[in-house]
Design a protein around this ligand. Structure first.
Ligand SMILES: [Zn+2]
Length: 440
């Protein structure tokens, strides 16, 4: 079988991890949102690595039950005390401004100001990340410690933002394969300085696209870099006619933290991507857990909405909302690790290997075993043990009934998927198997 993983493993994992982390570091300072120059700049940086096709969808465009919002951009934001000193300063952290705040410039008492402040009393040193995309509001996020230092008095608040007709931006990287059937990898790119929830997915997906570029691929691959929720909804609304091409899909996020893997299955629950990911996880040498589909989470919510019901799962390490750093300033560059990023990329490569090589065959000699000896198929090709090779051929012959995929046969036999794929190739070269669609 063609093994992308074998090629991947020839490189140093430490070096790959360092590059992934450096890429996240480059993207980290940008103030992103679901629209605006932050996401454009981010896509520009990704587009310097891989070929990205950019789309701009005007504010006001109806996308299913939603409307593309006005475009939001931020120049500056601060709270000044009576001495004129900035006590909260957007220039120090882009999390300080409530994302999508309307512009405001006013003088307020402390009690009036407090109605617009968000803190995390349980983590007094962290700044929370808050948004108000679809309800016009303004506010500041700050550490609880910072808030406790604010004394009575008059404060000058300034949020220098624009919220005007513009557009929603997303980027697509399309890698053509031999088939027009697609594998879609989707990542949200709308969070400001948050590393695991956002940047880890962008870094791993960009690197995967880079790895697959120029390769002879069975499937076509489409990488989507989109704002969360509204981006996926917009993409689906504009590509409604094309989604039948999607054979497998994966939402990629939170893949850089120290936790083990979690894979949330597609709504179908038994899609090939679910089986392939379970297999890849089982053999990746790390702890992992498979979760059933729920209609809450990342953009799999949109891809798996009942009208689409696409075979799209979601890969994470720690699950969103379960780690205290989630949606806070503690989800920073120290929270994601080069080694974990590299291992997440490695898992994705092994998943692609399974998808690329998983096929169905039909035995041309189903009545009793065919005589392998007279076809020179009862001897070793070298490399693996003769027992494993012959065993793999017998299993593949027996279960190539058009219903069992090679992955089914690997699972049932307990033999490595690669051995089953090698056996299938030899047997079909020997005229004993013919590939089928698997839709028997
Ligand atoms: Zn998030």
């Amino acid at each position: 079988m063609t093994s992308l993983l074998r090629q991947f493993d020839q490189q140093s994992l430490a070096e790959i991890g360092r590059e992934l982390h450096e890429f996240a570091t480059e993207l980290y300072p940008i103030c992103r949102s679901i629209t605006g120059d932050g996401i454009r700049r981010t896509l520009g940086i990704i587009g310097a690595k891989i070929q990205l096709q950019m789309s701009e969808v005007p504010s006001g465009t109806e996308v299913f039950d939603w409307t593309v919002p006005k475009e939001w951009n931020v120049r500056d934001a601060y709270i000044k005390n009576t001495a004129g000193r900035r006590v909260v300063d957007f220039r120090q952290s882009n999390l300080h401004v409530l994302n999508y705040s309307k512009p405001v410039h006013a003088k307020l008492s402390l009690s009036e100001l407090k109605q617009h402040l968000f803190t995390l009393p349980e983590h007094p040193d962290w700044i929370p990340y808050r948004t108000s995309y679809y309800k016009l509001a303004w506010g500041f996020c700050l550490t609880h410690k910072q808030m406790l230092t604010l004394s009575e008095g008059e404060y000058e608040v300034c949020i220098d933002t624009t919220l005007e007709n513009g557009s929603l931006t997303y980027g697509e990287c399309c890698l053509p394969g031999r088939s027009s059937e697609e594998v879609v990898i989707s990542c949200h790119a709308c969070h400001p300085s948050l590393a695991n929830d956002n940047l880890s997915g962008l870094a791993v997906a960009s690197a995967l696209a880079q790895l697959l570029s120029g390769k002879d691929l069975r499937y076509s691959y489409r990488f989507l870099f989109i704002p969360g929720t509204i981006g996926a909804i917009t993409w689906l609304a504009r590509n409604r006619e094309n989604v039948s091409r999607i054979r497998h899909g994966l939402v990629l996020t939170c893949v850089g933290d120290a936790g083990g893997f979690h894979y949330k299955k597609s709504r179908r629950g038994n899609a090939e991507i679910d089986q392939a990911m379970a297999y890849a996880l089982q053999h990746c040498g790390e702890t992992s857990e498979i979760l059933e589909f729920t209609p809450y989470g990342y953009d799999e919510r949109q891809y798996c909405s009942p009208g689409f019901n696409l075979p799209v799962g979601c890969l994470m390490r720690s699950v969103w909302g379960t780690f205290p750093e989630y949606h806070t300033s503690a989800d920073n560059l120290d929270f994601i690790h080069p080694d974990q990023l590299a291992r997440s990329l490695r898992l994705c490569v092994s998943l692609v290997d399974v998808l690329e090589n998983n096929r169905h065959y039909l035995s041309q000699n189903p009545f009793c075993e065919p005589q392998l000896g007279k076809r020179n198929l009862y001897s070793s090709t070298g490399g693996k043990s003769i027992d494993e090779e012959i065993n793999a051929r017998l299993w593949t012959l027996n279960f190539s009934d058009g219903k069992h995929s090679l992955l089914d046969i690997a699972e049932r036999s307990g033999l490595p998927f690669a051995s089953i794929c090698d056996a299938a190739r030899l047997l079909s070269e020997g005229g004993l198997l013919v590939e089928t669609s698997g839709e028997v």
